[in-house]
Design a protein around this ligand. Structure first.
Ligand code: VGL
Ligand code: ZN
Length: 204
């Protein structure tokens, strides 16, 4: 059984949002098309409390882009984003969310971030995504969404490590690109782990 995973297509990651990903809106028509081709579609939703430890605003004197230690892990600080129950945390209105079979929320724990849809960054707690996919007999996942170099990448790396045949639909993702070239770098990191890097047309 195959599943499409739609990572964090939320207002704050789209143009005009708090942590806007360049061209993030351009993937929405592709994701809408892809969702019609899958019998199982799972969305992830970055879902932070306002006092989340990944927000620069919660660390006096720090600014977005700074790196701190949070719970023993290196943490990049971000602008406040995807705060629970705010407009920024909602899925884009242009995204056909009626195709979602379930929504997995992550990043809810103040003291640890969660880029992957499967685990927090310390791999201490599972989100429920693995159990959900296994309950549906999923053995192959196709990953789309935002951002290629953070949540898409870590979701894909965990998926393959958990034993799923894993593809990332590269043109249905966009990267934060803190540094120029991070999109390609992320794709290469995934490729060397055995993740297939494919294009939307290959699935239509
Ligand atoms: C993400 C940074 C912080 C993502 C989430 O969805 O890629 N990036 N939180
Ligand atoms: Zn986040």
């Amino acid at each position: 059984m195959e599943a499409l995973i739609v990572v964090d297509i939320q207002n704050d990651f789209l143009p005009g949002g708090a942590l806007a990903v360049d061209g993030g809106d351009e993937i929405i028509p592709l994701v809408n098309k892809l969702m019609t081709k899958f019998d199982l579609v799972v969305a992830t939703q970055d879902w932070h409390p306002a006092d989340h430890g990944s927000f620069a605003s919660n660390h006096p004197g720090k600014k977005p882009g700074d790196i701190i230690e949070l719970g023993g892990l290196q943490q990049i600080l971000w602008p406040d984003h995807c705060v629970q129950h705010t407009h920024g945390a909602e899925f884009s209105n242009d995204l056909n969310t009626e195709h979602f079979h379930t929504i997995i929320r992550k990043g809810t724990d103040t003291l640890i971030d969660s880029y992957s849809g499967f685990f927090d960054n310390g791999k201490k707690k599972k989100t429920g995504l693995d159990e959900y996919l296994r309950s549906k007999n999923v053995d192959e996942v196709f990953i789309t969404g935002l951002a290629t170099d953070f949540c898409v990448k870590y979701t894909a790396l965990d998926a393959i490590e958990l034993g799923y045949t894993t593809s990332v639909v590269a043109d249905a993702t966009r990267a934060v690109n803190l540094e120029e070239g991070d999109f390609e770098k992320a794709l290469e990191e995934m490729r060397i782990k055995g993740i297939h890097i494919i294009q939307t047309v290959e699935l239509l």
